[in-house]
Write a protein that binds this ligand. Structure first.
Ligand code: NAP
Length: 465
């Protein structure tokens, strides 16, 4: 009997799991389910629009999808349109690869004020995610932005806000974001970290890119660059990421002091833990405790002192990590925002394995690593899936009946061919203004375009491409 495996989620972790399955087993079939009508998850909605080279990974995913043993079911949400138990009944194995799409809170007073966003919201907004297309972000009345967190997401957010608009114009950035950014009044950005420069998570390549932005000078309190003995040990190896980042930051700060650039400023505010968002309805300042660092090298932690500072800001973006979203019927650890598992085999909270159910990617290990990390991660999961297939095979007929039931319950799935129509449409639409693509940001519009996939010439003619 041919084994059929369902993968839930079409981001990098889902596609790498599909690739591993298709390469490792000569007859396995993969059905990929995605809640949106479009595939690629983080590669489409997370990677910054000025990082088009990273987005080329979607070409690898296209190749995986071209297998005759692969099928795509977009616009089908597991936990809402379909129960996970129904998938488990219809497939020999189910792999959850839904990523981590919620932003983490700071847990401070005033966090409900207007003008405070999660990184997920801001990133989804500029990347044209349907969930955030209508988000009201007014950069024409924003002069100072505080970004909390000093990882690569914070770096992406700062770079998009600071980049000359010409750098973004040809990308696949959403047109609503391009329009706001082109009228932006942002002149200063604070990237706020609770620890010091030796503990910053921004990687050297990303910091170098930030430091190279025209018309922007980088600053920090010079005393923050004087490290305590334990932090000094962390950067002692100049070839380590910490050593490189520290050197780059020191150089960027001294270049900033010399350059007299009249333009935007980017300040790295170290040793600051946010304690309160201040403002009347809308945020006006972020109050922070000043910290000292304690602990051994590589385990330095922030300890608050009695001092407090205020950072003025009209917009606060929390870039302090992501959390997975619970799927009805799937075990979930709400402390970590992940699905409990052992090497990818899902376990219930009471400690028993859930037969046939597996997990991969950020929803498995938390939001760490780069896109390629998911390839290694999926190998571990798929190894257990393949072992499990020897004892659990569901007949293809049951799968077929299940797929047929989608339409009868009013779920209109978007196929891979239908997605290709959307893809072609977006590229054509973008090319009229010199962009890589112009993403459709409305689910209804995406479905309307996908439904005419047999008639793409008519759609294109209709829109004068
Ligand atoms: P991250 O690298 O873990 O950085 C999170 C930052 O938030 C850290 O500075 C952390 O400080 C801080 N933080 C966490 N909780 C906090 C709190 N309660 N209060 C104050 N600060 C807090 O996470 P990320 O930036 O979200 O990135 C996620 C992953 O995606 C990373 O692996 C990243 O490299 C990757 N990514 C890569 C790229 C790229 O390659 N271009 C782009 C975007 C993302 P501590 O260090 O003190 O915990």
């Amino acid at each position: 009997m041919i084994p059929h495996v369902a993968i839930v989620g079409s981001g990098p972790s889902g596609f790498f799991a599909a690739e591993k399955l298709l390469c490792s087993h000569p007859s396995v079939h993969v059905d990929m389910y995605e809640r949106l009508p479009v595939p690629f998850g983080l590669a489409r909605f997370g990677v910054a629009p000025d990082h088009q080279k990273i987005k080329l990974v979607t070409q690898v995913f296209e190749k995986i999808a071209s297998s005759s043993r692969f099928a795509f079911f977009g616009n089908v949400q597991i936990g809402r349109d379909v129960l996970v138990d129904e998938l488990l009944d219809a497939y020999s194995a189910v792999i959850v690869a839904t990523g981590a799409s919620n932003g983490a809170d700071l847990g401070i007073a005033g966090e409900e004020l207007k003008g405070i966003l999660h990184a997920t919201q801001f990133v989804n907004w500029y990347n044209g995610h349907p969930d955030c297309a209508d988000l009201e972000i007014d950069l024409t009345n924003t002069r100072s932005v505080a970004i909390v967190g000093q990882g690569n997401v914070a770096c992406d957010v700062a770079r998009i806000l600071l980049s000359p608009i010409e750098r973004l114009r040809m990308t696949d950035i959403a047109s609503h974001a391009l329009e706001q950014l082109s009228r932006s009044k942002v002149e200063s950005i604070h990237i706020v970290g609770r620890r010091g420069p030796a503990q910053m998570k921004i990687t050297p390549a990303e910091l170098r890119e930030l430091a190279a932005i025209d018309g922007c000078s980088i600053s920090t309190d010079p005393s923050a660059l004087t490290l305590n003995a334990e932090s000094n040990l962390e950067i002692l190896d100049p070839t380590s990421p910490q050593g490189k980042t520290y050197k780059l930051l020191s150089e960027a700060v001294s270049n900033g002091r010399l350059s007299n650039v009249e333009g935007k400023t980017l300040s790295f505010d170290f040793l600051r833990t946010p304690t309160r968002a201040r403002g009347n309805q809308h945020i006006r300042a972020l109050e922070c405790k000043v910290n000292a660092l304690r602990g051994a090298p590589f385990a330095q932690r922030a300890v608050p002192t009695s001092s407090t500072v205020e950072i003025p800001c009209d917009l606060l973006i929390r870039c302090v990590g992501y959390r997975g979203v619970e799927i009805s019927g799937v075990p979930f650890d709400s402390d970590t925002g992940t699905i409990p598992h052992r090497e990818g085999q899902v376990y219930g909270l009471e400690g028993n394995p859930v037969r046939g159910l597996y997990v991969t990617g950020w929803i498995k290990r938390g939001p760490t690593g780069i896109i390629g990390t998911n390839r290694v991660d999926s190998s571990e999961t798929v190894m257990h899936v393949l072992n499990g297939l020897s004892t659990r095979i569901v007949s293809g007929e049951i799968r077929q009946q299940f797929i047929a039931s989608l339409a009868t319950r009013g779920v209109s799935a978007v196929s891979w061919e239908a997605w290709k129509t959307i893809d072609q449409y977006e590229k054509c639409r973008g090319s009229t203004s010199g962009k890589v693509r112009e993403k459709i940001t409305s689910i209804e519009e995406l479905i309307r375009i996908s439904s005419g996939y047999n008639d793409s010439e008519r759609i294109i003619a209709e829109h004068n491409f």
